[in-house]
Ligand binder design. Sequence first.
Ligand SMILES: [Zn+2]
Length: 147
Amino acid sequence: MSAIRREHLLREGQPPWRQTEGLLTECGKPIVGSRDDPTYNGATVYTRAELAAFIREHGQRRAVLVYCVTCVDAAQRWKEWAEDPNSCINRESGPYAPTAETLRRELFALADLVRLHEEEFDQLLRARDETINLADRRREKKRQGLM
Ligand SMILES: [Zn+2]
């Protein structure tokens, strides 16, 4: 009996600094290639956007016939980095995450990088705080009906 082939999805909620080493499918299989051209076991690995387009055209039921169910569940449960980095780090560092050791090494390297570039790091943090403050002010004006 041959196994039914299912398409896998790229785990897009991975830290953005991970471009090749440590890239995985949503279900935890190692990716060969890069984020732009990911493959697993010689087959194309699809993106969340491609899954969403498939579901719009064919529906959720057909999607689980074509795509790996674990990949589909994970893609719909875990957020992407840009949406929520905390969700990403929680997933990557969980007790059953195959990437926990990779993330540990990366965090040590990031801390070293910050130590080497403390001034730029502080500037980037201040710039983010200012962006957040501007967004808060806009929301407050909108709430007061001034915008
Ligand atoms: Zn999968």
